[in-house]
Design a protein around this ligand. Structure first.
Ligand code: ZN
Length: 447
C-alpha cells in the first residue's frame, strides 16, 4: 500500500448522501422511547415495542401461536407481567418492579409467598462483584420464580419475614416478531436482524432495534439493487420460528448482518459468518481496515446472537454479527448499568454509518470486464486523467483507474480489486463508474 493510499478513508457513500449530523440523536431518541418497556421472548412488551417501531417504518407484525413446532423447539407460552415486589414487615416495597423491570427474573412464573429472608435469598440474584448494579437474568425454558437486585441493597436487608409477589401469568398466546421488507430491483436479499427480547437494556437490545429501524426508514426512500429484509425477533426462539416458516425465502439471502450492542464506544467488533469469506465478511473486513484501526474481527463461533441460527449447518447463510464492544466483555453487559447514558448519539451515528457503508459496498460491488485488455487504453485522449486537475486525490484516482482496468478480467469484483490495490472501495467503485461511462469496461452479468 502506498502512503497516499494508506491515509485515505472511505469516501462518502453513493447510497448515503444526506446530511446525517443529527442521525445519532434520532437513533438515541428512538432507543429511549422503547427502553422502559418490559420485553421478554413473548408478551405485550414485544408487541408494544413493535408498535413503537411501526410508527417509523412499515412493519409487518407476525404472530406464531404457543405450541407451534419450529424445528426442534416449540413456541412457548406468552408471559404477562403486571407487578412484582418484595415487602418488608412494615409493608414497604424493598424491591419494586415499578422502579426497574430488571428486578423480576424475566419470564418468571407467578408467586405469592411469605418467607424468612434466608429462604427468600435462594430466589434472589445479585452481582457481588458489582454490588450497586441489578443483574438481568432470565428463565425461559424452566419454570422458576425470582428477583434480581443490587447486592448492596440485599446486604442491607435485616432478617425477618418478607412478602414476595410476582403478579405474572404464563398462558397460551403468541410469539411476535416484526418484519420490514424493501423491494429492490432483484429478489436477492440482504437480511438485517436485531433481537427484541431484552427488557430495559439500552446497548444490548434497544441500540440495535433503533439503529435498524433508522436504516429501514432510509432504505424506504432509496432505489436499491438488492431487496432488504429487516427482522426484529426474540433471540433464539424468534429466529428459529422465522426460519421455520421461511425456508422458501432463505435461498434468496445473499448477505446478512445481525446487529446488537451498537451504541457504546468500543470496537467495532465483527464476527464473520460461518462461511468465513462471504461478501459481507469481505465488505466488513475492508471497511474496518480502512476506517477503524482499533476494530476487531473474530471468526465465527457457535455462540452469540441469532447468527447461531442463520449459520446453523442446515442454512449456513452468509450472516455476520456487528457489535461495538463484544457481548459479555463490557462491565455494563446484562446489568442495570446498560442504560441510556451508556449509549451515546455519536457512537450510534458511527455504527449507522458503518451499516450504510456495508450496504453501499454490497449495492455497488460488481464484476467488470475490460473491453480493451490488450495493453493500456489511452486514458488522456478520453479525458480520464485531465479531469482530476487540482484534486488532491487526483493521483490516487488515476491509480484506481489503472487498477480497475488491469484487474477487470471477469474474475475479480470491485471489492477484490480494492483489496488488491490497497484502496478504499469507494474510490475503486467511482473509477469503475467512469470507465463504464467511457465504455472501457462492461459488466457481462448485467449489461
Ligand atoms: Zn443479551
Amino acid at each position: 500500500m502506498t502512503p497516499v493510499e494508506g491515509r485515505m478513508r472511505y469516501l462518502p457513500t453513493f447510497t448515503e448522501t444526506r446530511d446525517t449530523s443529527h442521525i445519532g440523536e434520532e437513533i438515541h431518541a428512538l432507543a429511549s422511547e422503547i427502553y422502559p418497556l418490559c420485553r421478554s421472548i413473548t408478551g405485550s412488551g414485544v408487541r408494544t415495542t413493535l408498535a413503537s417501531l411501526s410508527r417509523h417504518i412499515d412493519l409487518n407484525v407476525r404472530a406464531v401461536p404457543t405450541g407451534t413446532q419450529v424445528f426442534d423447539w416449540q413456541v412457548p407460552k406468552e408471559w404477562t407481567i403486571r407487578d412484582a415486589f418484595i415487602k418488608n414487615s412494615a409493608g414497604e416495597r424493598v424491591v419494586d418492579f415499578r422502579r426497574s423491570n430488571l428486578h423480576v427474573l424475566n419470564y418468571s412464573m407467578p408467586v405469592h409467598v411469605q418467607l424468612p429472608l434466608s429462604e427468600l435469598k435462594q430466589h434472589i440474584f445479585t452481582l457481588p462483584d458489582q454490588p450497586d448494579l441489578i443483574p438481568y437474568r432470565t428463565s425461559y425454558y424452566q419454570e422458576r420464580w425470582g428477583f434480581c437486585m443490587a447486592h448492596r441493597d440485599l446486604e442491607a436487608l435485616p432478617d425477618g419475614i418478607y412478602e414476595a409477589v410476582i403478579d405474572s401469568s404464563l398462558e397460551d398466546g403468541h410469539l411476535n416478531y416484526g418484519e420490514f421488507l424493501h423491494a429492490g430491483a432483484s429478489p436477492k436479499e440482504f437480511l438485517l436482524s436485531a433481537h427484541i427480547c431484552h427488557p430495559s437494556l439500552a446497548n444490548d437490545n434497544c441500540s440495535g432495534l433503533a439503529l435498524l429501524t433508522t436504516v429501514a426508514k432510509r432504505l424506504s426512500s432509496l432505489k436499491t439493487r438488492y431487496s432488504y429484509r429487516v427482522l426484529f425477533a426474540p433471540g433464539t426462539i424468534g429466529a428459529i420460528a422465522w426460519l421455520s416458516s421461511h425456508e422458501a425465502d432463505v435461498g434468496r439471502i445473499e448477505h446478512g448482518l445481525v446487529v446488537s450492542c451498537v451504541g457504546d464506544g468500543g470496537g467495532p467488533t465483527y464476527k464473520r459468518s460461518r462461511q468465513g469469506n462471504a461478501m459481507i465478511d469481505r465488505a466488513m473486513g475492508h471497511l474496518l481496515k480502512h476506517d477503524w484501526p482499533a476494530a476487531t474481527i473474530v471468526d465465527f463461533s457457535p455462540y452469540g446472537y441469532d447468527e447461531r441460527q442463520f449459520c446453523s449447518p442446515g442454512f449456513n447463510l452468509p450472516v455476520g454479527l456487528l457489535q461495538r464492544s463484544q457481548f459479555g466483555t463490557f462491565p455494563e453487559y446484562h446489568t442495570s448499568a446498560d442504560n441510556l447514558d451508556f449509549i451515546r448519539p455519536e457512537h450510534l451515528a458511527s455504527s449507522y454509518a458503518l451499516v450504510m457503508k456495508a450496504i453501499d459496498i454490497v449495492e455497488n460491488n460488481r464484476r467488470p470486464v475490460n473491453l480493451l485488455p490488450k495493453c493500456e487504453p489511452q486514458l488522456g485522449r478520453r479525458g480520464l486523467f485531465s479531469t482530476f486537475g487540482g484534486d488532491p486525490d487526483g493521483p490516487a484516482k488515476s491509480m484506481a483507474l489503472l487498477w480497475v482496468l488491469n484487474l477487470a478480467d471477469g474474475d475479480n469484483d470491485l471489492l477484490g480489486i480494492a483489496e488488491r490495490a490497497g484502496m478504499p472501495f469507494g474510490i475503486i467503485a467511482q473509477a469503475a463508474a467512469r470507465l463504464h461511462e467511457k465504455e472501457l469496461i462492461t459488466y457481462p452479468d448485467e449489461d
